[in-house]
Design a protein around this ligand. Structure first.
Ligand SMILES: NC(=O)NCCC(=O)O
Length: 419
């Protein structure tokens, strides 16, 4: 039997080949994303309704795409990266002007096999990113964020210490590389790297460096929560961060970075919100088998609960390592981490969200966001006002004490034998 796929007729067997998440090419049944799959296969009026439920409405409408300059679209065609752009509006206010900021996020696969010389691997990633950053810059992006540990393969599954050689100081090679783009395009750039802290015994951290639009280093944030799940053996390499929950006040708004696994921790999201973040970036590296059903939910929920925008970024592709490793689950040793499913997207405080970038291709997602929306949603829903922080402060104060006992009221009849 034959079916339609991306507008073309294909055999049903071929379609099945690329389904099931783990399907050969990493696509979703041959489609870049769930959004593309639904759009191509549903009647337009049914798709409109499904889309309303899946991605919400912003100021009463589905998100509108933005037209980008030809310089950006031609770079995406020439280099084969997904390029999408949308606009989040806010209501017009009487006293405040709109505060529209253009935000970009980049997802990418590594560029060379993990067996080649480390400096060649790093250089190849730099070269791959150049045209994507140029597309962002020439589109007028104000704040750009790259994916977690973007300079390297996500080698932490191996537990081999040699990958520590990818670590660099905050003012190292990758920062110098990005500073020139920040200056050229008047753009704030968030650069998540494996950091080596030279002044403190050469300790390694998982860090996001915030580069200002003048090419200056504004500061850094270190990943607060380190995964101990599946093949994410990151605690072998670095410790929980010691930078708290900083919000960086930039020329384009107040931003924060919640690095990858931190997205599973609602208090982590809350703390960035309490410090006044308007946009929280979540640079990540995660694989389909582990987290894909959680991916569209957690970021969106954080945006809603904390009245800020969330930009979620995940790398793409399957990375294979020289030596097989085990997952400690009794299954055979293997040499790849599984498929990093991309699907970067942006969520707004009003529960609307963009479609995702591709599941298997590099991509640049650009959104205009009117930051006035954050306060408008606060005023409408009153989450901050009704939050009862004093109540929870008390609960947590008790909980962290060694003599804490859970507040449980048992039914006195629970253990009585029935007559
Ligand atoms: N990089 C990272 O923290 N990954 C953990 C896996 C997950 O949170 O999905």
């Amino acid at each position: 039997m034959e079916k339609t796929q991306n507008g073309e007729t294909v055999k049903e067997e071929e379609l099945k080949e690329s389904c099931g998440g783990g399907g050969g090419d990493g696509s979703i049944c041959g489609y870049d994303s769930l959004h593309c799959l639904l759009k191509d296969n549903l009647d337009p009026h049914i798709f409109q309704e499904v889309n309303r439920l899946l991605t919400g409405l912003n100021c009463g409408k589905s998100l509108q795409p933005i037209a980008l300059p030809e310089s950006a679209t031609s770079l995406s065609l020439q280099h084969g990266f997904d390029l999408q752009a949308f606009c989040f509006n806010a209501d017009k206010e009487i006293l405040r002007e709109p505060r529209v900021v253009r935000v970009g996020v980049i997802q990418n696969s590594i560029s060379l096999p993990t067996t080649v010389h480390f400096s060649d691997q790093k250089k190849a990633i730099f070269n791959k990113l150049k045209p994507i950053i140029d597309a962002a810059g020439s589109s007028g992006v104000n704040i750009l964020c790259l994916q977690e540990a973007w300079t390297m393969p996500f080698a932490f599954c191996t537990r081999e210490k040699r990958w520590c050689e990818f670590a660099e100081p905050v003012n190292g090679e990758s920062t110098i590389f990005l500073q020139s783009f920040a200056l050229k395009y008047n753009m704030v750039i968030i650069s998540p790297i494996l950091e080596r802290d030279i002044n403190h015994g050469e300790v390694i951290w998982n860090t996001a460096v915030v580069i200002g639009n003048h090419g200056n280093i504004i500061g850094k944030h270190r990943k607060n929560h380190i995964p101990r799940v599946g093949d994410f053996n990151e605690s072998t390499y670095y410790m929980e961060g010691n930078t708290g929950h900083p919000v960086f006040e930039t020329a384009f708004g107040k931003i924060a970075i919640n690095i990858c696994y931190g997205r599973h921790h609602p208090l982590n999201w809350l703390a960035f919100g309490l410090n006044g973040a308007e946009i929280v970036f979540n640079p990540s590296a995660t694989v389909g088998e582990l987290s894909e059903p959680m991916w569209p939910i957690e970021a969106r929920n954080a945006a809603i609960a904390n009245n800020y925008f969330v930009a979620s970024i995940n790398r793409v592709g399957t990375e294979t390592f020289p030596n097989p490793f085990t997952s400690g689950d009794g299954k055979p040793a293997h040499a790849d981490f599984g498929h990093f499913y991309g699907s970067s997207h942006i969520s707004a405080p009003d529960a609307s969200c963009t479609p995702s970038l591709s599941r298997n291709r590099d991509g640049l997602l650009i959104t205009d966001m009117d930051l006035n929306l954050c306060r408008q949603v606060k005023d409408k829903w009153g989450f901050r006002m009704t939050s009862r922080y004093d109540l929870y402060a008390e609960t947590l104060t008790h909980y962290v004490k060694p003599d804490f006992e859970p507040q449980v009221i048992s039914d006195p009849l629970l253990h009585k034998k029935s007559l």
